[in-house]
Design a protein around this ligand. Sequence first.
Ligand SMILES: [Zn+2]
Length: 317
Amino acid sequence: MKSATHYIGVDVSGAKLHAALVTETGEVVERREAVLETEAITEQVARAVSELRDLAPNIAAVGVGIPGLVNRQTDRVLVSTDLPSIVRGDIHSELMKATGLRVELENDANAAAYGEFKVGAGRGSRDMFFATIGTGIGGAIILDGKLWLGASGFAGEFGHITIDAEGGECMCGNTGCLETVASAPNIVRRTKERLYRDNTSSLSKLALDENFTAADVAREARNGDDFALLMIERTGKYIGAAVASVINLLNIERIVLGGGVMEAGDLILNPIIREAGRRAFQPCFEATQIAVAALGTDAVSIGAAMLARDAANPSLG
Ligand SMILES: [Zn+2]
């Protein structure tokens, strides 16, 4: 009996390597996770691929999502501030050699967007905008079923839309970018600043632990803490203002929002939709569905596997 064709998707964009054995239709059969060995990426990816291949010998291709910019014509990694080692070498050739398989490299946000588009919250749409809101804020645009990369590959920099012309400095050189207020570390910064300033906020549970994270703010908001709720709502308003710009610019069918900050669910989604509706041009807004991402921490792996599938079988894409 011929065994079913599978794909392997690998995510090396976080502190951990996350690999998934994925069916032809995008279901995860098995996962592998390990602390990322930043100076031995090729060896580590090859090891994870080999382990998953033992479970399903018929692997058609491997997709790898990386925190950087990939030229998909030459398969060279052009920029990666998080993993400089993969820019120095030719990681694509090394991975093909080490695994003996066809390998596709893609930027992590693009891979996650593609995963959501094919099998997650973007399924059924033709045009989709994707944003991931976590430690940083990234974005990707899919038009007519294909990733739209822009003139030099940087399209979809959602985190650097200006929200406040007088706002704080961003690492990109601009001031008042969405990322300077809505990324997880900046939610914590804003929450702390307000806790110190505002007497009534000392009643908030968050004041008891000064090492709280954005996930703690979301949890306390879900538990009904007024102050935490206010911070999540304000964050939603900022994101909603940026979403309104995307809606006005692209008149896009669907917007999918993922990343750790969106784990607050409806508590943050509702203010985002409200603010976007208040600011966007109404006929554009009414044509847009705004949804929370569905694939969670599998998004990059599944998307990378689906990109590998569609590159190996152009007729499926
Ligand atoms: Zn910026």
